[in-house]
Design a protein around this ligand. Sequence first.
Ligand SMILES: NC(=O)c1ccc[n+]([C@@H]2O[C@H](COP(=O)([O-])OP(=O)(O)OC[C@H]3O[C@@H](n4cnc5c(N)ncnc54)[C@H](OP(=O)(O)O)[C@@H]3O)[C@@H](O)[C@H]2O)c1
Length: 238
Amino acid sequence: MNTITTIALITGAYKGIGLEIGRQLGKQGVTVLLGARTIANAERAAAQLQEEGITAIPIELDVTNSEHIQAAATKIESEYGKLDILVNNAGIFLDHEGNNVDVMRRSFETNFFGAFALTMALLPLIQASPAGRIVNQSSILGSIGIILSDESMGNASAPAYTTSKAALNAWTAQLSIQLRGTNVKVNACHPGWVKTDMGGPNAVMEIEEGAETAVWLATLPSDGPTGGSYHKQEALPW
Ligand SMILES: NC(=O)c1ccc[n+]([C@@H]2O[C@H](COP(=O)([O-])OP(=O)(O)OC[C@H]3O[C@@H](n4cnc5c(N)ncnc54)[C@H](OP(=O)(O)O)[C@@H]3O)[C@@H](O)[C@H]2O)c1
């Protein structure tokens, strides 16, 4: 069992911002476990990062699948005995499918319940780390204050996405309170509007830049913040 290497698990990590978070952490010498809903996608992403000299390990992890979550916890426990960094990056945007309870439920299943269930299953392993870091990949659209006060944001008509990310934000604050006085920090992250399959080609930020906030939060020093929401090292309002 290797307890010296820093171990990170990133969900939704075979493409987009998640893969880039894996790359940037890997280049810092972190062993990165790349979660994807299918093992084929995880393996392809891990092979890509391995070619760049990174220690990348594929892991089958649909965050809505409790068996995948349990298997991931068992694997990390037996192989590493701890988890230093968890980046809850997996996310979906379904509002183009309609404004109804099915879209709302499915959005919450991934964006909120998935992150919640995985984190709770892994929390003992994160607490076994000398410096546990949990990063919840949220969105500025989850900030109630911002969508009410900024018209350009308020016009973003995405009730399922915004409420599921707002729930993720509220729980981030709750978890930080529970973890006060421990070695574990938990923060919410807004990556920016990033050119990915979700962000689309008109987004203003390249993927490399979009990963930077999460990587900063994942590698915070012991005097770094906890219980906040951040973009580019600046605190956002809830
Ligand atoms: N791009 C932006 O402008 C932007 C802005 C604010 C916040 N964000 C957030 O940033 C995160 C990453 O988004 P992205 O822009 O990189 O989008 P993306 O390229 O669409 O990537 C999303 C990733 O999440 C995965 N995923 C979805 N449901 C999952 C599940 N149940 N279990 C495991 N993985 C699942 C996807 O896998 P599949 O392909 O298999 O579904 C994919 O790998 C998301 O949480 C998103 O809400 C993005």
